[in-house]
Design a protein around this ligand. Structure first.
Ligand SMILES: Nc1ncnc2c1ncn2[C@@H]1O[C@H](COP(=O)(O)OP(=O)(O)OP(=O)(O)O)[C@@H](O)[C@H]1O
Ligand SMILES: [Mg+2]
Length: 246
């Protein structure tokens, strides 16, 4: 069998808040196969974003190991980590995180600014990516002149500008209506089929349909689907009881 693209062992992330320590992730073991589409499900506060930020090198673990493509992320210094983020990872966030003063085209080209490539070439590549996400006719629109679904498409094009092998997405459909959300899922699925490794954390159960692998988180731990389903039923029951008592 091929070696995993991501290998996570004994991963911990604790936030020391003075009087309390928040254990966002405890002893997480996880492998992600190359060219897989992994969906991580978990209730609010279960550690999904924390896990994504650690894999993407946006934050550092308290303990444990993360290897991506054979490279240990936790041993990299700040400069090496910046190179890792730029070359290997494309990020997609729930709130799009576009720069409001820039056009769609400039937003997409932005992460390429450190590459030694002339501006005109960068913009040509950005235009190709906008076309790929179906927005060639919106290149000169500012983010406020685009719908939520269109803004997320721009963010996906931006995530692709440096040809990353790994796409990390945090609730990419969380701020979108049902239809726009579905088309974003289809776009992520296309990226997976074109050879990338896609790793998505979400509440959106429709995403499971596109997944090759599923992982479930509860209170910062990876649990089985059965344990997750049982806990979800308890959570829903508790919410219903609360509503009836109001
Ligand atoms: N910077 C931080 N400082 C302190 N605690 C934090 C920090 N970031 C996250 N946490 C805590 O860690 C836990 C996991 O948070 P995380 O954001 O990973 O959850 P999540 O599964 O992404 O939730 P949601 O679905 O609401 O986005 C939570 O209890 C949260 O309060
Ligand atoms: Mg989150």
């Amino acid at each position: 069998m091929a070696s995993p693209f991501i290998r996570i062992t004994s991963l911990q992330k604790h936030f020391d808040m003075g009087r309390v320590v928040v254990r966002a992730l405890s002893s997480v073991e996880l492998t992600v196969e190359p060219n897989s589409f992994t969906v991580v499900m978990g209730p609010s506060g279960s550690g999904k974003s924390t896990l994504l930020y650690l894999i993407g090198g946006l934050d550092r673990p308290t303990g444990g190991h993360i290897a991506v493509n054979g490279q240990s992320i936790e041993t990299l210094d700040e400069n090496q980590l910046a190179v890792y983020r730029r070359r290997t990872v494309g990020f997609i966030f729930q709130s799009f995180n576009l720069i409001p003063t820039m056009s769609a085209l400039e937003n997409v080209a932005f992460p390429m600014r450190f590459a030694r490539i002339p501006r005109r070439k960068r913009l040509v590549k950005a235009a190709e990516l906008l076309k790929r996400v179906g927005l060639e006719d919106r290149a000169y629109h500012k983010p406020t002149e685009l719908s939520g679904g269109q803004q997320q498409r721009v963010a996906i094009a931006r995530a692709l500008i440096n040809d990353p092998q790994l796409i990390l997405a945090d609730e990419p459909t969380g701020n979108l209506d049902t239809h726009s959300g579905y088309s974003i899922m289809q776009l992520l699925s296309e990226l997976h089929r074109s050879g990338r490794t896609v790793f998505v954390v979400t509440h959106d159960t429709r995403m499971i349909h596109f997944a090759t692998h599923k992982t479930f988180l509860l209170d910062g731990r990876v649990v089985s689907e059965a344990e997750y389903t049982a806990a979800s039923t308890l959570i829903t029951d508790a919410e219903n009881t609360e509503k009836m008592n109001l």
